[in-house]
Structures are given as structure tokens and as C-alpha cells.
Design a protein around this ligand. Structure first.
Ligand SMILES: Cc1cc2nc3c(=O)[nH]c(=O)nc-3n(C[C@H](O)[C@H](O)[C@H](O)COP(=O)(O)O)c2cc1C
Ligand code: SF4
Ligand code: SF4
Length: 278
């Protein structure tokens, strides 16, 4: 059984789960290829019997680059039968509609979700970075990794039954009209543009602080930053992940989160700063 996993991970949470799932899957199936989204062609799944996708929740749904990967993917069904598909998600505690959106995207590309896995991942969104999140802190932990391995073992049995005998119990994918409405609202082109204009901060380069080290260029998941001689961002393809801000060692990408923190209520939460060394 040829298995392939593609995953997107910006700060390493989904990567940890992907590694655990790949190791176990390779043991159970004899083979499991794995690629990061940035290096995967949307047609990659065509050469495999069973395929999996890992992602973080961004803005209550899948990150936009993940959405485009599925949209650009050729149909995966063979002789009228959908290809077995599984997915895994890490999130900070409010995943919104990510599960049913991925399920629907997979379906639209001739794949059938045979199961999914989810766990918390420490929230890496910059405006939340200076407090100790109540739920996701420390995740994924050893227990999450253990559960991911158990999931991987099961998935190979389930895929075998699906491919061999056509047996299959459709998993119950979380999601309802509330999560659909919230994710749908934040996915609307006009709302996204409005958020970008009025709620999310612009990225202001401070040339005095920038050492032109290129870290932001290398780590932007969209590959849209160039040094010229200071970072220039092609904003039209930006997925608003703010990884460039997170990763800059000299705070040369200045983002003013005050409006976002005010509107999202972050200012009014009891702040629990992460103790040094924790
Ligand atoms: C831009 C951005 C948006 C996010 N939006 C959500 C969200 O809507 N709901 C949620 O539960 N977590 C959200 N998170 C937290 C991530 O889903 C969580 O930290 C995830 O484990 C990150 O995975 P990674 O380390 O593999 O990138 C967001 C994080 C970022 C950076
Ligand atoms: S990571 Fe920071 S210092 Fe390095 S090039 Fe980018 S903005 Fe400049
Ligand atoms: S420019 Fe920054 S915020 Fe935009 S996609 Fe790249 S890393 Fe993310």
C-alpha cells in the first residue's frame, strides 16, 4: 500500500504530529512518503493509494495556501471510486469549521475521508504570543503524539478494508451551521479584505533594525518576500500568518496589534505571561 502525507506547518506543531503519523504508517504499511506543502505539487497524490493531509487551523478554517493546494489538485478517483483520505489538524482551541471544510475539499477532488485526527497546538498567533494560553500551552505533548500513533495504526487497517473489500464507516466530522457560518464569514473575500485593511496590522519594515539576514524571506510559506535591499512583500499573495514578524530576530518587521487586541478582547483578558525559561 503506497501512502503519501502532505502537511503544512508553520511553527512545528503539525510537523510533530506528521512525523509521529508517518513513522507509524510506514511501519504498518511498509511505505509512507511525506512532503511539506511548500515542496509538494498538487498532483502528487495521484501516484498513491492512500493519502493524508496535515494542517493548522487559521482564522477558523484551513490556511489559504492549503485551500489552493486542494483547488489545484486533479481528481483522485479511480474507476468511479474515491481514494481513501485522512487528515490531521492542530489548533489553539477554536478550530471553527476546519474539519468539515477539509472533508468537503477532499470530496470535491475524488477522495473519501476515512478518519481524521486533531489535537491542541500552542497558539502561535503573534498577538497571543505574550500570554500563556489556558488550553493549548505545551501541546502537542507526549500524549498527543501517542494518540497520533494509535490513529496512524488504525488508519492503515481502515484504508486496507476500504481498498480491499469496500468496507467503510464514515467518520462523524465535527461542524454545524454555527461553525460553517463563522468560517464562511471570515472566508468571504470582502471580509478578508476589510480585516486586512482595518483589523490586521500592516507589516512595516524598520530599515534601522533590519540586518538583511533573509530569515523572513526563507521562512515565508508563500515565498513572497524579497530582499531589495530590505524585505519587500507581495501583499496580494499574503496569507496573513505573520510568521515573518514572529521569526525576525531584531523586530524589524513592526506590526501594531493594538486594534486587533482591542476588538478581539485580548486586552481585557487576564494576562498570564509565560515565565522566562518555561
Ligand atoms: C495566523 C494564525 C491564525 C490562527 N487561527 C486560529 C484559529 O482560528 N483557531 C485556532 O484554534 N487556532 C488558531 N491558530 C493557532 C494554530 O492553529 C496553532 O498554533 C497550530 O498548532 C499551529 O500549527 P503549526 O505549528 O503546525 O503551524 C492560528 C495561528 C496563526 C499563526
Ligand atoms: S528577518 Fe528581520 S532582520 Fe532578517 S531580513 Fe527579515 S526583516 Fe530583516
Ligand atoms: S509575508 Fe509574512 S504574513 Fe504574509 S505569508 Fe509571508 S510570512 Fe505570512
Amino acid at each position: 500500500m503506497r501512502v503519501c502525507i502532505v502537511y503544512f506547518s508553520q511553527t512545528g506543531n503539525t510537523h510533530k504530529i506528521a512525523e509521529a503519523i508517518q513513522a507509524q504508517t510506514a511501519e504498518a504499511a511498509g511505505h509512507c512518503a511525506m512532503l511539506r506543502l511548500e515542496e509538494a505539487d498538487p498532483a502528487i497524490f495521484s501516484g498513491y493509494d492512500v493519502v493524508g493531509f496535515g494542517l493548522p487551523a487559521f482564522y477558523f478554517r484551513e490556511p489559504i495556501n492549503v485551500y489552493h493546494f486542494f483547488k489545484d489538485m486533479p481528481d483522485q478517483s479511480k474507476a468511479g471510486r474515491s481514494k481513501p483520505f485522512f487528515f490531521f489538524v492542530t489548533h489553539g482551541g477554536t478550530p471553527g469549521d476546519v474539519y468539515s471544510r477539509i472533508d468537503r475539499l477532499a470530496n470535491s477532488r475524488g477522495m473519501q475521508t476515512i478518519d481524521y485526527f486533531q489535537c491542541l497546538g500552542i497558539d502561535t498567533y503573534p498577538p497571543f504570543a505574550d500570554r500563556k494560553p489556558l488550553t493549548a500551552y505545551g501541546h502537542p505533548d507526549q500524549n498527543d503524539l501517542l494518540q497520533a500513533k494509535t490513529f496512524a495504526k488504525d488508519i492503515i487497517h481502515k484504508a486496507g478494508a476500504y481498498l480491499g473489500r469496500g468496507e467503510f464507516n464514515k467518520p462523524k466530522i465535527p461542524g454545524n451551521w454555527i461553525t460553517r457560518t463563522v468560517a464562511g464569514f471570515f472566508s468571504e473575500q470582502k471580509i478578508r479584505l476589510m480585516m486586512r485593511r482595518h483589523l490586521l496590522p500592516s507589516k512595516n519594515i524598520r530599515p534601522g533594525r533590519c540586518t538583511k539576514c533573509g530569515l523572513c524571506v526563507e521562512n515565508c510559506p508563500q515565498g513572497i518576500i524579497s530582499l531589495n535591499p530590505y524585505p519587500m512583500i507581495d501583499e496580494s499573495n499574503c496569507i496573513a500568518c505573520y510568521h515573518c514578524q514572529r521569526i525576525c530576530p531584531t523586530n524589524a518587521l513592526d506590526c501594531d496589534w493594538r486594534v486587533f487586541k482591542f476588538i478581539s478582547g485580548e486586552y481585557f483578558r487576564s494576562q498570564k505571561p509565560i515565565p522566562p525559561g518555561d
